[in-house]
Design a protein around this ligand. Sequence first.
Ligand code: FMN
Length: 302
Amino acid sequence: MTDAYSGLPVNVNEKTRDYIDSIQIEERIIDSVLPDIHTEIFGEMFDTPVMTPAFSHMKPFADTRANPEIEYARAAKRLNAVNWIGMESDETVKQILLTGARTVRIIKPFADREKILSQIRFAEENGAFAVGIDVDHVFGNDGQYDVVDGEQMGPVSMDDIREYAASTELPFIVKGVLSVQDAVKCAACGVSGIVVSHHSGRVPCAVPPLKVLPDIAEALAGTDVYIFADCHIDSGIDAFKALALGADAVCVGRAMLEPLKKEGEEGVFGKISKMNAELITVMGYTGAADPYDIDPSVLWIE
Ligand SMILES: Cc1cc2nc3c(=O)[nH]c(=O)nc-3n(C[C@H](O)[C@H](O)[C@H](O)COP(=O)(O)O)c2cc1C
């Protein structure tokens, strides 16, 4: 089976979905009241821990939409949710930032490190909420460093991460962490956040992010590093499971494509609003007053 986005021969997405679905939830209703899902991220308050994804290359997915990235940013702004954007030109990033959405700009691991530093500076000067790098896009599927849109990718060392993080006043995030080892390295480099993710299958047989999350959360306990997660987060129940397993917030990736394609901004607004309602409901049923009060022992994992 080939993954539609990465083109890699994987069964990763099926296994990731199955793992999330295999987790069961017990009820703790007595004394529980309607929860509050406001979430603090890097010192700012948001109405929800559910966020939009770091996307790019959206034309084939949203051919009826001229500017899908702007539309989902507008939805994030209305939802008071964090917005993310991936490999886009600085000009597109500027347009997104002009929507007023609090946006995390994820930059590719270009071999040209000056390009990375320049995109970090541009994002900072134009009001990004945070910046980061998706380290899991270093390698292609041909035994070489990847080439994306003609751009050469290159390796990312701890020294590089230290330099990128130190080059900006903004929170710096490493996206594509799928091991305790990398999470600990990120913390040692002074990053503000990590995204636990396999990027919809960059490597065959990648472990489901929610499976590795508890170990990563334990390893980072006592640090200030925020833990974000993505991959197959499609409902408020999925978001709840990720939060219970150690995430501070989650991105909705491909599950957002269909609503975005059909209804643009309204579709994304509706999708995340529905997920918020589902999250509030499951938190109520498990006795969690707010996202910081979710007890992981409500989960039954076989
Ligand atoms: C069309 C598309 C474009 C993407 N572009 C980027 C990107 O530029 N940078 C990035 O870090 N991740 C990118 N991703 C990966 C997503 O941010 C996310 O990690 C991945 O889709 C897994 O989440 P999901 O299973 O909810 O889709 C992209 C994914 C898709 C489907």
